[in-house]
Design a protein around this ligand. Structure first.
Ligand code: PXP
Length: 239
């Protein structure tokens, strides 16, 4: 099972000060050095974290695979067609949302999605659709001719009871097999963390998990001791 690391929230911290640290490009290098199989970033319409310049730099520096999450807006599609990341994952996007809340509605927006996917694939970009683990969405994704899908694991991650989580895991497993039988590569992600990832990683047929928030959060707690020690060393040496 592969791991794609979403580095959006490194950029979120940078944007909170408007400066240039922490640097998402350096973060991507560290993730790759640690064994990540791909780097994921989401160029949102409001540019609240990742900026166009970041995608441009990541395209140059990522040595594994760059997976650009994007909504179907003409502006973002233009950026993707110009910068040609290895992969584009089409996601729904609402400006007011804190994070991607649901899956893409491929049934409703079939024509628009197919048109964009065709343009991206003509440029040699691998196309994935971020969708709910539901048969109609998966069927339409296969009909749209995309290479892969990413199953939304939010319902599993938000399960409040063990039995609800088991039910969601079964759905994810069943829908993985359903999608693979239609010729699709299957990835999964959203809301996965250090407590709930293992059961999803055990599902046969899922090729890659895309994880962001929990890894970046963990990096803060695991790295904080070192960061404080380094600053104390500077202060103590100076005084
Ligand atoms: N996959 C997709 C398509 C996403 O939009 C996101 C969130 O940006 C993730 C995976 C990662 O979700 P999380 O940050 O909850 O790990």
């Amino acid at each position: 099972m592969k791991l794609g690391v979403n580095i959006d929230h490194v950029a979120t911290v940078r944007q909170s000060r408007g400066g240039d640290e922490p640097d998402p490009i350096m973060a991507a290098k560290i993730c790759e050095g640690a064994g990540a199989d791909s780097i994921v970033c989401h160029l949102r319409e409001d540019r609240r974290h990742i900026l166009d310049a970041d995608v441009k730099m990541l395209k140059k520096s990522v040595t594994t695979r760059l997976n650009l999450e994007m909504a179907l807006s003409p502006d973002i599609l233009d950026v993707a067609l110009r910068l040609k990341p290895d992969q584009c994952t089409i996601v729904p996007e609402r400006r007011q949302e804190i994070t991607t809340e649901g899956g893409l509605d491929v049934v409703r927006y079939f024509k628009k999605i197919t048109r964009a996917a065709d343009l991206l694939r003509q440029k040699g970009i691998c196309v994935s659709l971020f969708i709910a683990p539901e048969k109609p969405q998966i069927t339409r994704a296969a009909e749209a001719g995309v290479d892969m899908i990413e199953l939304h694991t939010g319902c599993y991650a938000n399960s409040r009871t063990r039995s609800a989580a088991q039910k969601q895991l079964k759905t994810l497993s069943d829908m993985t097999h359903f999608a693979r039988d239609l010729g699709l590569t299957v990835n999964a992600g959203h809301g996965l963390n250090y407590a709930n990832t293992a059961p999803v990683a055990r599902i046969n047929g899922i090729e890659e998990l895309n994880i962001g928030h929990s890894i970046i959060s963990r990096a803060i707690t695991t790295g904080l001791q070192q960061a404080v020690k380094e600053m104390l060393a500077i202060i103590r040496t100076a005084t």
